[in-house]
Design a protein around this ligand. Structure first.
Ligand code: 5GP
Length: 207
């Protein structure tokens, strides 16, 4: 848990199929963390209940929220559905003194990092194109054309790697999970985040 007012924001992003959700779940096992629940215009899948991973909204409601400036970032993913991180999540995290975890696509991650330069951006990468292709195929959700589109998009996304603070190469889930938790815990200890406490401690020494 963070002690300063602004919550620690962890942006977990990377190509579709790189395994970000699993790593986000590992981070959320740490006490003092919470997930930012995104809004999306996509229809819920059978396994998804509203309000847990997403708030499912109509296109009209999404556009209303865009116009009202209610999103920290938003993007149209794969030219289809809209996804956005409500600014409200930041307030909730601050009120609960929790670290906020965003699981978002690369366009959104770049926007969020621009708006919140102190956020910690984590890039999740598959070990190779072949590995990513195998994962996407195993999910069995996409047509051949869609798979080709996703792989090309992934290449473009990887070219943006230098906007991130950390990278996790997801070739071994156990190790990758430990790395995700280590980044979250380590980020809490950065000098920037601990300055107020350091000053307090210093005061106890007479300043
Ligand atoms: P899915 O529909 O499979 O749950 O998610 C599709 C993509 O949208 C994933 O890459 C996911 O990380 C991304 N995504 C989920 N929520 C958000 C959000 O609030 N903003 C952005 N930019 N992307 C999101």
């Amino acid at each position: 848990m963070s002690s300063s007012q602004e919550p620690l924001v962890l942006i977990v992003s990377g190509p579709s199929g790189s395994g970000k959700s699993t790593l986000v779940q590992r981070i959320l096992e740490l006490p003092g963390t919470m997930l930012s629940v995104s809004c999306t215009t996509r229809a819920p899948r059978k396994t998804e209940s509203a309000g847990k991973w997403y708030n499912f909204v109509s296109e009209e409601e999404f556009q209303r929220m865009v116009s009202a400036g209610e999103f920290l970032e938003y993007a149209q993913v794969f030219g289809k559905n809209w996804y956005g991180t409500p600014k409200k999540s930041l307030e909730e995290a601050a009120a609960q003194h929790k670290d906020l975890v965003l699981e978002i696509d690369v366009q959104g991650a770049l926007q969020a990092k621009r708006k919140l330069p102190k956020a910690v951006a984590v890039f999740v990468l598959p070990p190779s194109r072949q590995d990513l292709e195998r994962r996407i195929r195993e999910r069995g959700m996409d047509s051949e054309e869609e798979i080709r589109r996703r792989l090309e998009k992934s290449r473009q996304e990887i070219l943006n790697y230098d906007h991130y603070d950390f990278v996790i190469i997801n070739d071994d889930l156990e190790r990758a999970g430990r790395e995700a938790q280590a980044i979250a815990l380590g980020s809490r200890c950065s000098i920037g985040r601990q300055e107020a406490r350091i000053r307090e401690i210093l005061k106890s020494f007479g300043g």
